[in-house]
Design a protein around this ligand. Structure first.
Ligand code: ZN
Length: 277
């Protein structure tokens, strides 16, 4: 089916009391692997990509190949821009056909983050595209996106931030980290305080490395979207490395990529099922 709007996916997820995993793609093989996993799990899902990975091919290429791939599946998929860092990132994603975007102003002071996020919302909403904004900085390293800052989302700022930005989803910092180098330490009490005042559903970044039962517990706290990147990327890279190790003269690229795709599907499928068990 055609790509669906994130608002629609959120409605489906709420109705069925499920958390939507959002898996990061890099190339067509990753996209297909992710879609295979959702289809196998019988779950709607999110394919997302950050500008750090879009740079390999470009927004149009990603939007068109993902939309073309989605047509072959019965499962509804949204295509989300992860960590849009500039208004130009958001503009390009929306114009290319992404059905959801994130604006990441988390490193900015509170008032500036509001102004910046509001600009993204004003633009994206003109095209009916929902926006995820972020309040509180998430520590860690993911590709060339690095943040030393680590400040938990302040529950006292949540309602005002959501109202003034008009954001549709809120990414929170509650001890979650990007990448696999730092260890996450989830503060469920902080999450409880946030959920009590947030007018919009929440998003957790850095889902790789957090125990499944902790992720599952978040279903009770309006956590609607959990981002997972590193686990899938490692599965892909390891599968390629394994083939090279087995045969340093391997030249059958299609066969190697099929292995990598299957490895990513397995990890994504298991994660999808575990989060919603
Ligand atoms: Zn993130």
């Amino acid at each position: 089916m055609p790509l669906v709007n994130m608002n629609e996916l959120v409605t489906i997820a709420k109705k069925n009391n499920v958390i939507l995993p959002a898996y990061n793609t890099t190339n067509v093989e990753m996209t297909l692997a992710i879609m295979d996993a959702f289809e196998k799990a019988g779950m709607p899902g999110i394919v997302q990509i950050a500008p750090t990975n879009v740079k390999l091919t470009g927004y149009d290429y990603i939007a068109q190949t993902t939309a073309m791939a989605a047509e072959k599946y019965i499962t509804p998929f949204a295509l989300h821009l992860d960590h849009g860092k500039t208004l130009e990132d958001v503009r390009q994603a929306v114009m290319a056909g992404f059905t959801s975007v994130m604006i990441d102003g988390a490193a900015l002071p509170f008032e500036e983050n509001i102004r910046f996020s509001r600009q993204a919302v004003d633009f994206a909403h003109c095209y009916g595209v929902p926006v995820e904004a972020e309040l509180g900085a998430i520590k860690g390293k993911e590709d060339d996106h690095v943040s030393e800052a680590d400040s938990h989302t302040n529950p006292n700022q949540v309602a005002e931030f959501c109202e003034r930005t008009g954001c549709d989803l809120l990414a929170v910092s509650i001890g979650n980290v990007h990448g696999l180098e730092e260890k996450p330490k989830i503060d469920l009490d902080c999450l409880k305080e946030i959920v009590a005042v947030s007018p919009v559903p929440l998003v957790l970044h850095g889902g790789s490395g957090i125990p499944d039962e902790t992720l599952r517990a978040m279903r009770d706290y309006n956590m609607i979207k959990i981002n997972i990147a590193s686990d899938l990327r490692q599965a892909f890279i390891r599968a390629v490395a394994k083939r090279h190790q087995e045969n340093p003269n391997e030249a059958n690229l299609a066969s190697v990529l099929l292995d990598a795709r299957a490895a990513v599907t397995e990890v994504a499928y298991n994660k999808t099922m575990a989060i919603n068990a």
